[in-house]
Design a protein around this ligand. Structure first.
Ligand code: ZN
Length: 198
């Protein structure tokens, strides 16, 4: 049985969202069908205004509804450290730890020659300009511990070191609360490489 056209097209749109297979998309569509009309209208308008009101921070490329985002203007943060991440969502992941009070820079991707993503597709120039301004004394490369993330970190490290800034890479290894037994070889190797003295 085919769904009525409006439901079918809603399911089709929902399936574009990450992590939603056909079954979850159908479940969501039926949830929305039963929801109150005003709730659905609010959801629709929130989605509609997204691209109108949210852009990229002129300084760090994070998502913001201001020219310069609130992290870049926060006076309680230090300008001496810049943490480089692949995606805007990664900022929250680093910041949630509460252990970092510096600035950020978002690349919007990682180097991936097979997918046609070279240095020109990433927001690298802005980072180099920020370092040239001279406020930062350390750049933390917090790209993912994937092949692409590692390649990006190595590429950036080479460019940044020339500018005379200290370049560090986040440690990777065994997740807290997990058993060593379940660590794969790459994770174990990285954990040993990143060991520190007590
Ligand atoms: Zn910003």
């Amino acid at each position: 049985m085919d769904y009525p056209a409006p439901i079918a097209s809603l399911i089709e749109e929902l399936r574009r969202l990450p992590g939603l297979g056909p079954k979850s998309a159908q479940r969501l569509a039926f949830f929305l069908l039963k929801a109150r009309n005003e709730d659905n209208k609010r959801l629709a308008s929130a989605i509609e205004t997204l691209s109108d009101r949210v852009g990229l921070c002129e300084r760090c490329n994070a998502f913001t509804d201001l020219a310069i985002c609130f992290i870049c203007t926060d006076p309680s943060r230090v300008d001496t450290v810049v943490c480089v991440v692949e995606e805007p969502g990664n900022i929250m992941a680093v910041d949630r730890s509460g252990g970092y009070r510096g600035r950020y820079h978002v690349l919007h991707g990682a180097l991936s020659p097979i997918h046609g993503i070279g240095p020109d597709e990433l927001r690298i120039q802005g980072l180099l300009e920020r370092v040239r301004e001279g406020l930062a004394t350390e750049v933390i490369l917090a790209t993912s511990p994937t092949v692409e993330g590692e390649a990006t970190a190595i590429y950036l490290a080479r460019l940044l070191k020339v500018l005379g800034v200290k370049v560090t890479r986040i440690a990777t290894g065994i997740p807290a609360g997990s058993d060593l037994e379940w660590a794969d070889e790459v994770t174990m190797t990285r954990a040993l490489e990143g060991r520190r003295e007590f």
